[in-house]
Design a protein around this ligand. Structure first.
Ligand code: MN
Length: 232
């Protein structure tokens, strides 16, 4: 490695189910309001074009399959919200991908939580300011191990749900997405050149809500097992 004037930051990566090899992460993109019922609960019509924001790659809290991740309750909020989401990981990139190319670019899937400081997001919306402090704080992206599409097949349907302390908060089906994974990735590729290692959070179903220290979150997506996180 090249000589450096400060230590090189560590590179973000995800565990891969069934192997000790890692999946290096380049960027973390997120799509907003991709389930109609959640779009409506956030004040939308349920029919907007997709829009995107991002989180820093080092905001990932990678949680092993049989482990419970610990998410420190972040500062500067009294309204930390959960958003359970399907995360797709890309093994190929490019610009202006067709939907077929976008589908081919998907290497695997994971369960993710797009943790959100909802009070800071509401302030940002009102002031017309960016969402970075609401969405991109430290540990704001808990993600379970990556499951290769070669194991899972292409996921177009299946239950996605989140419970807090054993009580179901969010339930939906992947088939309820307004923009399918290939559509969202293809659209994203008109805005950014995508590269291997890019992740996309694909939006959350309705039922987002607050968590507090001590809460135990279990996110599940059919075919991908469970993601367990405790708020500390
Ligand atoms: Mn989200």
């Amino acid at each position: 490695m090249q000589e450096s004037v400060i230590p090189w930051p560590s590179a973000a990566s995800l565990a891969v189910q069934g192997t000790t090899a890692r999946f290096p992460v380049r960027r973390v993109y997120c799509v907003g309001r991709n389930y109609a019922e959640h779009s409506r609960e956030m004040g939308g019509t349920g029919r907007e074009l997709p829009f995107f924001f991002s989180k820093p790659a080092d905001a990932i809290l990678n949680v092993a399959q049989d482990a419970q991740g610990v998410l420190p309750y972040p500062p500067a909020t009294q309204d930390l919200h959960h958003e359970i989401e399907l995360v797709v990981a890309l093994a190929a990139g490019g610009r202006n991908l067709t939907e077929a190319q976008a589908a081919q670019a998907v290497w695997g899937y994971a369960i993710g939580l797009d943790m959100t400081r909802r009070d800071l997001q509401a302030q940002a919306k009102q002031a017309g300011r960016p969402w970075d402090t609401a969405k991109g704080f430290d540990h704001s992206a808990p993600i379970g191990p990556l499951h290769p599409v070669s194991d899972t097949g292409v996921l177009t349907a299946g239950t996605i749900q989140l419970s807090v302390n054993g009580q179901t908060r969010q339930t939906g089906d992947l088939s309820d997405m307004i923009w399918s994974v290939p559509e969202a990735v293809a659209y994203l590729s008109t805005l950014f050149e995508l590269h291997p290692g890019d992740l996309l959070f694909t939006g959350t179903p309705a039922g987002v809500g607050a968590v507090v220290a001590g809460d135990q979150l279990v996110g599940e997506i059919q075919g991908l097992g469970a993601l367990r996180v405790r708020i500390d």
